[in-house]
Design a protein. Structure first.
Length: 479
């Protein structure tokens, strides 16, 4: 992370500078307002002093007019002393007017004669009038100063607000342009990851503050691309293995089909041998009796040859019958639901994509059967159903259920259905309606069901489709 240290420091210093600037503006405004408050306080205090002196003069005049209290040198000196302290004047006329008041007060006679009382009253009235002018002038100047202070404060406030707005706008622009926009781009890039877009992005145009984030994103994208490629290779490997296993399964099915075809041929041959053996035995007995009645040696010799060939044919037929006898494999315990699930998974890679294969089975169904036989039966039924659909989109549905201890297996398809001949005459070897069919798929299923003592039913569905239903009694294990 060494390359990103200085950009971070510069960004931090810039942010600190903005913060100091904002605090400086706010502090300057507070200090200026405090100064203004001090000045306003001085103006108000001075006005109060002027008003207080005017009140004292008014009291002197009132006492003089009423005669309630005579003038004292101490009282006049106190008023003069307070007048001399009025030095924070705002109006230029105030010092002149204060001097005029001082002169008037200085001319007061403390021990007035009878004729000088009026002069004191006139002087006090003049002084009071001058103090009124002073108060009016000072009030006018004070109001003018306060107006200027208000305008100055308002101007500074507007300037401060404009400066803060400019700083905030600049910060917002920087945040939007250099931070939020790249982060929104990063959001879109992360959304593209879900669609498999693992392309790294260039970082030279980004703000240095965000370079570590996008640098980490590029590293993540490279790792994700490697993982995705590894996942694809693994998926391809698994798919190839599944195809290989399915191919091997279908090859096994074809081998079993050939074996079943030969077995069917053997069954036909056995039936034929059984049918030939009885008349052949009658011919042999008749020839033996005829041999006893012959006196001619040459004819007797020929008859012995015929009887010998008849016996050899009987031995051949007996041997053929012995070979055709089928001994089924012993049953074993296995999970029929798991078996059908595995077959459904494998066949999805072999049947056309327009054929939907669905399975409705319990999670587990232990049974006691010949597993290879049931596997071959289900495989034949599913392949027959898929081939019956041909190029037409359709579905094949498998239902596995139990009734008491009986196993019920149903395979439905929405193809054209079974031909009438098959439904009327039943399953027979080498009878098929498909050009490439062997006519042995249902024969294998029927033989397996019969060996288990079960039942096989064929029917058509409405409006179209076929159903093959198997019932295998007493094979479901308890528990």
């Amino acid at each position: 992370m060494q390359p990103f240290r200085f950009p971070f420091r510069s960004r931090a210093l810039a942010l600190l500078g903005l913060l100091v600037l904002v605090l400086g503006i706010l502090g300057g405004m507070i200090w200026r307002n405090l100064q203004r408050l001090e000045r306003i306080h001085g103006y108000v205090a001075y006005s109060h002093e002027v008003e207080s002196v005017a009140v004292d003069l008014q009291e002197l005049l009132t006492d003089s007019l009423t005669g309630a209290k005579p003038l004292s040198e101490q009282t006049v000196a106190q008023v003069q002393r307070r007048l001399s302290q009025l030095d924070s004047h705002l109006s230029r006329k105030t010092p002149e007017q204060i001097a005029q008041v001082q002169t008037l007060l200085s001319g007061l006679k403390i021990q007035p004669e009878a004729g000088s009382v009026t002069e004191n009253r006139i002087a006090l009235l003049s002084a009071l009038g001058a103090m009124g002018h002073i108060l009016d002038n000072e009030t006018e100047k004070r109001d003018h100063k306060l107006q200027r202070l208000r305008q100055g404060t308002q101007t500074e406030l507007y300037l401060a607000l404009a400066t803060l707005a400019a700083i905030l706008s600049l910060a917002g622009w920087f945040l939007y342009k250099r931070i939020l926009t790249p982060l929104n781009d990063l959001k879109q890039l992360l959304a593209n990851l879900a669609e498999g877009d693992f392309r790294p992005i260039t970082t030279h145009h980004l703000d240095p503050l965000l370079e570590p984030v996008f640098h980490s994103y590029n590293i993540m994208v490279v790792h994700l691309a490697e993982l995705e490629e590894s996942q694809r290779r693994h998926a391809r490997s698994l798919q190839e293995e599944v195809h290989a296993a399915t191919h091997a399964l279908l090859e096994q099915q074809r081998s079993l089909a050939r074996a079943e075809r030969l077995a069917a041929v053997g069954e036909v041959a056995a039936e034929l041998a059984h049918e030939l053996r009885n008349p052949l035995a009658g011919i042999q007995v008749a020839c033996t009796n005829l041999r006893r009645e012959l006196d001619d040696a040459r004819q007797a010799e020929r008859m012995d040859v015929i009887v010998g060939e008849l016996k050899r044919m009987a031995r051949l037929l007996n041997g053929l019958l012995e070979q055709s006898r089928h001994t089924p494999a012993p049953p074993g315990d296995f999970d029929a639901a798991q078996l059908l699930g595995e077959l459904s998974t494998l066949l999805r890679y072999q049947i056309p994509t327009h054929v939907a294969l669905t399975l409705d089975a319990p999670a587990s169904l232990p049974v006691r059967l010949i597993e290879s036989g049931l596997r071959q039966c289900v495989l034949n039924l599913l392949l027959n159903a898929a081939e019956a659909l041909g190029d037409t989109p359709g579905s094949v549905h498998i239902v596995l259920q139990t009734q008491n201890a009986d196993l019920l297996l149903t395979v439905d398809d929405d193809g054209p259905g079974f031909v009438t001949e098959l439904l009327e005459h039943g399953v027979r070897a080498f009878r098929t309606t498909r050009p490439d069919g062997t006519g042995l798929g249902l024969v294998v299923v029927q033989r397996y069901v019969q060996e288990q003592g079960g039942q096989l039913r064929l029917s058509n569905l409405e409006p179209h489709g076929a159903r093959v239903a198997l019932r295998l009694p007493g094979v479901v294990l308890a528990g």
